[in-house]
Design a protein around this ligand. Structure first.
Ligand code: FES
Length: 112
């Protein structure tokens, strides 16, 4: 039987770290997990609905040992325009939850 949940550590915008279980079989992404656990106030994350068009779901990837999917051109373009972008920035809505994410640590970027 394959594992259907991964453990992810998410540091919210107040600096509090939450360890959450994210399902790998529900077609979710990081942004949706943050919303499901209410780790950011409603209306401050996922504004475009996960279309890589708002950057409200920007996060910084802290763990170095977890391999993520490549950025799409749309994600690259949005991060080019966004504020507070760092080399380890990603758009949470563009990272699907898969078994590969076990142990991932990330921090939510400030609201902009
Ligand atoms: S939710 Fe808008 S870019 Fe991710």
């Amino acid at each position: 039987m394959s594992k259907t949940e991964v453990t992810i550590k998410i540091t919210d915008r107040e600096g509090v770290t939450h360890e959450v279980q994210a399902p790998t079989d529900m077609n979710m992404n990081i942004m949706e997990v943050v919303r499901a656990y209410e780790l950011a106030p409603e209306g401050t994350i996922g504004i475009c609905g996960g279309m890589a068009m708002c950057a409200s779901c920007q996060c910084y990837i802290i763990s170095e040992n977890v391999e993520l999917n490549e950025k799409s051109d749309d994600e690259e373009a949005m991060l080019w325009e966004a504020f507070n972008v760092k080399p380890n920035s990603r758009l949470g809505c563009q990272i699907p939850i898969t078994e590969k994410l076990e142990g991932l640590e990330l921090e939510l970027a400030p609201e902009s």
